[in-house]
Structures are given as C-alpha cells and as structure tokens.
Ligand binder design. Structure first.
Ligand code: PLP
Length: 402
C-alpha cells in the first residue's frame, strides 16, 4: 500500500478538515480575550459559548454543566483529586476505582494515597468488566467517590456505568466516569447514565489535541485544582483555548450527528479483522469480551512474540498500530490492563491493539490482515519462545554442536 495505514485511533485521531476550518477561523478571526468587554472579546466569547453548547448537546447536559480543561488527563485529575480534597474536610477519605483505569486516574489515586487517602482498586472479570455488585460491596461510610471508566482504552470493553451510578446514588457517593474513549464512539447520555461527573478529550473523536472537558452535574463541584481568574464559572482558571473549544465542539457535534453510521462502519472493520486473525493465525487470542466492546477496538495476543517486534514490522509496512496505551508506549512492562484481566505476562507481551476510525477502509483492514499473516509466522519461525512452546527448540552448546 502506498499510503500510511493508521489504525491507532484510540491513541489519537486525525483532525477532521471541517473541524480544522472552524478552528482556523477562530484563530485568525476572533483575536480578543473572551473575558474582555468590547466587540472582539464578545466574538471570542461567542465561540466559547457555541463550543460549550455543542459539547453539552452531544451528551444531553446543560451548557453550564460543561467545564473545559487542557486535556482528558486534567479532567480526570480534577474529578478525582478535587472530589477527594472536598470530602476530606468531612472525614471521607476513601475512594473506589478499578485496576484497569487509565493512568490519569491510577496515578491521581497514587498521589492521594501518599497524602493519606485510602483507595480500593476493583479487579475486572476475565472478560474485562467491573461488576456493579463489587462496587456496592466496596462502598463504606467514608467513601467519597467511585470512578470507573466508561470504555477501556486498551481492550475496549464498555462498563455498566448506569448500574454503577445508580448504586452510588443509593449510597450518596459521587460517581465519575472517564469517558475519554467512549465519547464520540458510542452514545453517551449523562441523563441516562446518571453519573455526577464525566471526562472527555477532543483528540479522541477527530478533534484537536490539548482540549478536554469535565461534565459536572448541577450542584456537583469538585474543589478547584487551577485557581486564578473567573473563567469556567470560577472553577477552572486560565484564558480559554478559544480555537480548541471551537474544535472540540464541532468535532463532537459531527461525531454525534453520524454516530450510527460511524459505529456500524468501525464495527464491520473490527469484526472482519478479529474473524480473520483468529481463523488464520494459530493461537491468536482476543483480549476482552467481543460483546459490549467499542466498535473500533481489536486487542489480540500473538503468543511466542513480543508486541514491539510486531509493531516495528508493521511500521516497515506503513501500518501504525500499538501494543497498548500510547501514554505508556515507552515502557516494556506488560500492560496493567491485560494483567488485571488475568492474561499471563508472557502472552500479554505479545499483544497488539488495532483501533479503527471513520477514515479507515475495508482495503486497509485487508492489508493489515495480509501483513500480519505474513509477518507473524516468519517472526515465530525465529522465536525461541515460540519454538520452545512448540517443542522445537534446539539447544546450542558453547562448543558449537547442537
Ligand atoms: N482516559 C483514557 C481512557 C484515555 O484513553 C486517555 C488517553 O489516551 C486519557 C484519559 C487521557 O486523555 P488526554 O490524552 O486528553 O490527556
């Protein structure tokens, strides 16, 4: 194939040209500060207001329930640390999350543990789901927050957030969901879900990088993390990223308007790739349930190989994929997500994530499968790990006899 095949849409997505156009107009046109009281300030403010309305409409929230942040990680940090700090004053210092959250949540929890908070990390099932009954069993009188992601960024499993939020409501505990992978990929309706807070990130749905948002249900205010001016209703200071806000609003409006088609398209590519790999590559195994999975997510282990080897081979064929989360791509540690669902370490090392977006084609999915069917057997024929497993390992002595 004479072009790059980008199948790493869970890491980030290409910016839609229609989004780019709106952002370029915002950057080149409205030069004022949205807080200024003259015409060009009002123009910038109108752009911010429109972006807020678009994001709110897409998730069935009110515009005043949307707070823009610098990224999804900031929204997660704010929900977790802001809630913990707020409730610590009344002695509630216990939080509940899962073992397979994104590091924006897990590392926030670790930071809070160092400050004396207690955290329960729920274990997902081997299929990749958090059981609502486990959430309920973990709630204590001093629990301040439950935060469970809406869709896992590595294996794509979609969590029973509605049931979890109902349990939290019953016990008077705030409920946050990291919906960074879910927003723009599957329907997200905060009324239906019943969550108190929800995180989003523009670059996951063909919008710009460097802009995120936190939904906070009316009356729910985590303590501020960024103090300063009166932006975002005095809850998150800093002059607004006007073009970024225009971009996230437009991108989410576009993704939502075509969600049904987008999901069907991505799901067809996903299922084609899963079926073909499982049929044609011996011992390949799908990680996480096939049911209740993000439409564009494939995560497969190829026993006997290291994911990094496959990644480099794919890159030489012009294919951009991932061994797991992009935020952890410099680490050779096995994925905490795969370990949490019980994938053995050696099999976790040979795992690949392919994630599809609206721009991917059937031809690209076929090229990906053709390439994997060529490189996996070739690499396995050179892999001691694979040959030992097949009983074919030859032992080389130091004298050179074998
Ligand atoms: N949460 C999840 C589930 C993610 O997948 C990501 C990014 O990959 C984030 C949070 C962080 O989002 P951002 O890159 O906007 O900081």
């Amino acid at each position: 194939m004479d072009k790059i095949v980008y199948v790493d849409n869970a890491a980030t997505t290409p910016c839609d040209p229609r989004v780019l156009k709106v952002m370029t107009q915002a950057l080149s046109g409205a030069c004022g500060n949205p807080s200024s009281h003259y015409s060009v300030g009002y123009e910038a403010k109108a752009i911010v207001d429109k972006g807020r309305e678009q994001v709110a409409a897409a998730i069935h929230a009110a515009p005043e329930e949307i707070f823009f942040t610098g990224c999804g990680s900031e929204a997660d940090n704010w929900a977790v640390k802001g809630t913990a700090l707020k409730f610590a004053r009344s002695g509630k210092k216990h939080l509940i999350t899962s073992q397979f959250e994104h590091h924006a949540i897990l590392h926030s929890m670790k930071a809070l543990e160092r400050l004396g908070f207690e955290v329960t990390y729920l274990k997902p099932t081997s299929e990749g789901f958090i059981r609502p009954e486990d959430v309920e069993a973990a709630i204590r009188p001093d629990t301040a927050l439950v935060t469970i992601m809406m869709a896992n960024n590595e294996i794509g499993t979609i969590q029973p957030i509605r049931e979890i939020a109902a349990i939290c409501k019953k016990h008077g505990v705030w409920c946050h969901t990291d919906a960074v992978q879910a927003t723009g990929a599957i329907p997200v309706d905060v009324q239906e879900l019943g969550v108190d807070m929800l995180s989003m990130s523009g670059h996951k749905f063909n919008g710009p990088k460097g802009i995120g948002a936190l939904y906070c249900r009316k009356g729910i205010w985590p303590q501020n993390l960024i103090d300063g001016g009166s932006q975002e209703a005095r809850h998150r200071a800093g002059t607004e990223n006007v073009a970024g806000i225009a971009g996230i609003g437009e991108a989410l409006a576009l993704a939502t308007a075509t969600l049904g088609e987008k999901m069907a398209h991505e799901q067809a590519l996903r299922d084609y790739v899963i079926d073909r790999i499982l049929k044609n590559i011996p011992q390949a195994r799908l990680n996480g349930s096939h049911e209740n999975r993000l439409p564009g997510n494939v995560n497969i282990s190829f026993p006997g190989l290291e994911g990094e080897t496959i990644l480099l081979d794919l890159d030489m064929h012009g294919i951009c994929a991932s061994t797991g989360s992009a935020c952890n791509s410099d680490s050779l540690d096995p994925s905490h997500v795969l370990l949490s669902i019980g994938v053995p370490e050696e099999i976790g090392h040979g795992s690949m994530r392919f994630t599809f977006g609206p721009q991917n084609t059937q031809e690209e999915a076929e090229y990906l499968c053709d390439t994997l069917e060529e490189i996996i057997p070739r690499r396995r024929a050179m892999s001691c790990m694979w040959l030992a497993d097949q009983g074919e390992a030859r032992v080389f002595s130091l004298k050179g006899e074998n």
